[in-house]
Design a protein around this ligand. Structure first.
Ligand code: PLP
Length: 439
């Protein structure tokens, strides 16, 4: 794989663009952060002329692949009418109606630009509604980079260390974030019903909200244990605590109505982003009428110059209409593709005698090299060999397959059986080379 021009561009970029990338995560790509030139369907091209089957999918949003013809047509049509008005418009109402229809728990919705903003708003609504201030979040989950919730996870082994009184396991996620910004945060191990029960009962008078990824997609694509989310719903309802599902990844991916449709659990508030508009920036908060009314009553401020702009709204309407065609048949197809890939990768791990786990649900899965038989907790996820995986990701790149160096794979509506075959053949060679390197 040639990367001369990406390397050259990166060097030039760093003279002008801080760090050479626009989001800190992107700088970790090896051998060098790639410079893309175009994409079509499931394929992406870079400046060096390499073509990749793309499972990064821009970190999730490209559920329809690159440049989907219908989405592009709808975007062009909206562009000729107007980019943004700072006023209300028909697409905004149309999209809001669609979401109220599609998202099981959304009686009202509102729009922003990023998942981070949606989470900020959901937390503000929950605190205002309950007149309490603490927020329970979970070890290994990610909810964006705002000061009020961004934490790092210094300890891999938390199950024995959580404290229902302390809640002081939070550590700022970045320099420049004051420790005080996390004073309201209580971090708990996920998938641990006992920790949740103990903490919520003990601190019910302080806790405004519990925020969770319904599937721990950001750390191992870990599924909730049987009954865990149900118990979380029951407890939060009983104790007057707002339950927030952060569906920025799972929304429009695990089902049109997200994880809440798939698991049949209704949170009080839902945050959405990424796939909602097929790659155009848009996020949303949806939720109970009585909570969302705080915005209408002017008690909770929700601001943003470009919120609900017609380009983003048109993109989301188009994306949702493509995803819902033929009663959402694309979701079954994407899931079959994901299962074929996941099963194929498991077989290859066996063939090359590499210990590993694939956690898959719908069109998303996490491949990890680990000695454990299962990965059902953040601690188990942290025990996986991330260095070897990064080397594997680099080898896949030179085989023409783009995957996230952290192990998460996204599938789009455009990945075909041929792409799966191509990918598995590439993985076979990459794993063989990995074994050679490590033996
Ligand atoms: N919530 C979850 C579950 C996410 O995975 C992310 C981003 O990866 C966010 C929130 C933040 O979204 P954004 O990057 O659009 O700000």
């Amino acid at each position: 794989m040639k990367s001369d021009l990406s390397t050259k561009n990166f060097e030039e970029s760093r003279h002008y663009l801080a760090g050479g990338v626009s989001s800190s995560l992107r700088s970790s790509m090896k051998p060098v952060p790639l410079f893309a030139t175009s994409g079509k369907g499931p394929r992406l091209r870079d400046v060096d002329g390499n073509e990749y089957v793309d499972y990064l999918l821009a970190y999730g949003p490209l559920i329809l692949g690159h440049c989907h013809p219908q989405l592009t047509k709808d975007l062009k049509s909206q562009m000729e009418k107007g980019y943004t008005y700072g006023l209300q418009h028909a697409e905004e109402i149309k999209l809001a109606k669609l979401l109220v229809d599609i998202i099981p728990s959304a009686e009202r919705v509102t729009f922003s630009g990023s998942g981070t903003e949606a989470v900020m708003l959901a937390l503000r609504l929950a605190k205002s509604f309950t007149k309490k201030s603490k927020v329970v979040r979970f070890h290994g989950h990610y909810h964006g980079w705002s000061d009020s919730i961004f934490t790092s996870f210094p300890s891999a082994d938390m199950n024995n260390k959580y404290s229902s009184q302390g809640g002081n396991l939070t550590v700022p996620g970045t320099s420049g974030q004051s420790e005080k910004s996390l004073e309201d945060i209580i971090v708990l191990p996920w998938n641990n019903t006992e920790a949740l029960e103990e903490t919520l009962y003990a601190r019910r008078n302080e806790i405004a909200a519990v925020i969770t990824e319904p599937v721990m997609c950001n750390s191992g694509c870990i599924l909730p244990k049987e009954g865990y989310l149900e118990r979380m719903r029951e407890l939060t309802e009983e104790l007057g605590i707002i339950l927030i599902f952060d569906e920025v990844i799972t929304g429009f991916r695990l089902a049109l109505g997200g994880a809440q449709e798939r698991f049949k659990i209704k949170p009080d508030l839902t945050t959405m982003g990424k796939a909602i508009a097929g790659g155009i920036p848009l996020s949303a908060v949806g939720g109970r009428k009585d909570i969302m009314a705080l915005i209408e009553e002017g008690k909770v401020n929700h601001l943003g110059t470009l919120n609900g702009n017609p380009i983003a709204a048109a993109a989301a309407i188009s994306t949702i209409s493509i995803l819902s065609a033929q009663h959402g048949a694309v979701f079954d197809r994407m899931e079959r593709t994901a299962v074929d890939l996941a099963e194929g990768l498991k077989n290859l791990l066996e063939k090359h005698e590499i210990k590993g786990v694939v956690n898959q649900i719908g069109p998303v899965f996490h491949l990890m090299f680990t000695n454990g038989d299962v990965v059902t907790s953040f601690d188990e996820f942290m025990a996986s060999d991330t260095k070897a995986y990064q080397t594997f990701a680099e080898k896949m790149l030179s085989e023409g397959v783009l995957i996230r160096p952290n192990g998460l794979w996204y599938i789009s509506t455009e990945h075909s059986n041929q792409d799966v075959k191509y990918t598995l053949e590439a993985a076979d060679r990459a794993l063989a080379s990995l074994v050679k390197e490590y033996s």
